[in-house]
Design a protein around this ligand. Structure first.
Ligand code: MG
Length: 368
């Protein structure tokens, strides 16, 4: 691939008629479809990018920090005209044509399509049809033989001059590039696409994309029980003869949840962010530190979706306080209370928790 000009043509001009809002500029788990597609193309080996924009996407695209050199081109009335405008605007060795709405495309798929195009002249992402297919018409129903049927995706990658020739010759009714490439007398080469590489078309596709982008983290913490300290768990001050020892308020439940959230967000752990050598965190209210974690996630475009945690303690009984803990956590995390689950268990007298030496907590968290 060295010294080759591999031009990514990112189609960002589509209208949002079916969505009722601009699907390409609405964040999905913190990043827009245009950003995600741009990053995947660059990570997949594209050396320069042409953004094909509409009047509404031009300003947004100009505000992006593209990782490779880029050009912005006005889209045409049809997809055909848009791609042709982009191909005519620059030149190169390989053209990587991609619909920005397929924003979950992986760099690996982009790379595979580019490799195929270098070897065979084209590399087109396609997935075999596995469902039973019927055609309906006025005459009734007929079963379509699905053997050999493929659903076409993007990226569709070609030798630059060959696809440019096809666009100069071809008509404007084709809904993808492969059709024109075929009509111009070429034999396309398919690369296995992915079910995750779907197009954001309906509002429900946003939920599907968020699900695919959700990340999970796990957290654990333990603090020693001692006399002369308050016992604070999940922000609730629990009447008990002992409390947890620590530099902060030693809210072991909140600490486990913070580490789970930080892990899910790919951030450093709480020991790193809030060191116990720092006097700022002496007797710190852990609920406030939790809110700082939510802010840090927000800076990465992420937010908590779900938290589940268990408190491990022999005594006192936690049941009377669990609802209040859930309310406190739901408010700090800014998620509905149904998405926060807190349980408690003893260890039947075993281990340090069972002997009343400490209280521990484990948590898992989902963020996207
Ligand atoms: Mg701790």
């Amino acid at each position: 691939m060295e010294n080759k000009r591999i031009v990514g043509i990112l189609l960002c001009a589509g209208s949002a008629r079916r969505m009722g809002f601009d699907k390409l500029q609405t964040p999905v788990a913190g990043k827009t479809a245009i950003e995600r597609s741009m990053e995947a193309l660059a990570a997949g080996g594209v050396t320069e990018m042409v953004f094909v924009v509409s009047d509404s996407s031009r300003i947004y695209v100009n505000s992006l920090a593209c990782p490779v050199p880029c050009t912005v081109v006005q889209g045409g009335d049809t997809r055909h005209d848009s791609v042709k405008n982009a191909l005519e605007a620059v030149s190169g060795d390989i053209a990587v044509i991609h619909d920005a709405a397929r924003c979950l495309v992986s760099p690996e798929l982009v790379r595979s399509c580019i490799s195929a195009a270098e070897k065979y002249g084209s590399g087109i992402a396609a997935v075999p049809v596995t469902d039973t297919v019927f055609r309906t018409s006025q005459d009734g129903f007929s079963l379509v033989d699905r053997d050999g049927l493929f659903r076409m995706q993007t990226p569709q990658v070609f030798q630059y001059d060959a696809i440019l020739r096809a666009y100069r010759q071809g008509g404007g009714s084709a809904t993808d590039d492969c059709t024109l490439f075929l009509q111009a007398g070429n034999v396309p080469h398919f690369v296995p696409g992915s079910e995750d590489n779907f197009k954001l078309t309906l509002p429900s596709d946003f939920a599907r994309a968020e699900k695919a982008l959700t990340r999970y983290g796990t957290g654990f913490d333990t603090h020693r029980l001692t006399e002369g300290r308050r016992l604070i768990l999940g922000g609730v001050d629990i009447p008990f003869e002992k409390g947890l020892l620590g530099h902060s308020d030693a809210d072991v439940l909140v600490h486990a949840i913070m580490d789970a959230l930080l892990g899910a967000g790919g951030l450093p752990d709480i020991g790193h962010l809030f060191p116990d050598s720092d006097p700022d965190f002496l007797d710190a209210d852990s609920m406030k530190l939790l809110k700082q974690v939510v802010t840090l996630l927000g800076k990465k475009g992420l937010r908590p979706r779900q938290v589940s945690a268990v408190i491990i303690a022999q005594r006192p009984k936690m049941a009377p306080y669990l609802d209040q803990m859930i309310q406190n956590l739901s408010a700090a995390l800014n998620v509905p209370a149904e998405q926060v689950s807190i349980s408690a268990t003893t260890t039947e007298g075993m281990n340090d928790e069972g002997r009343g030496l400490c209280i521990s907590a484990r948590a898992i968290a989902a963020v996207c």
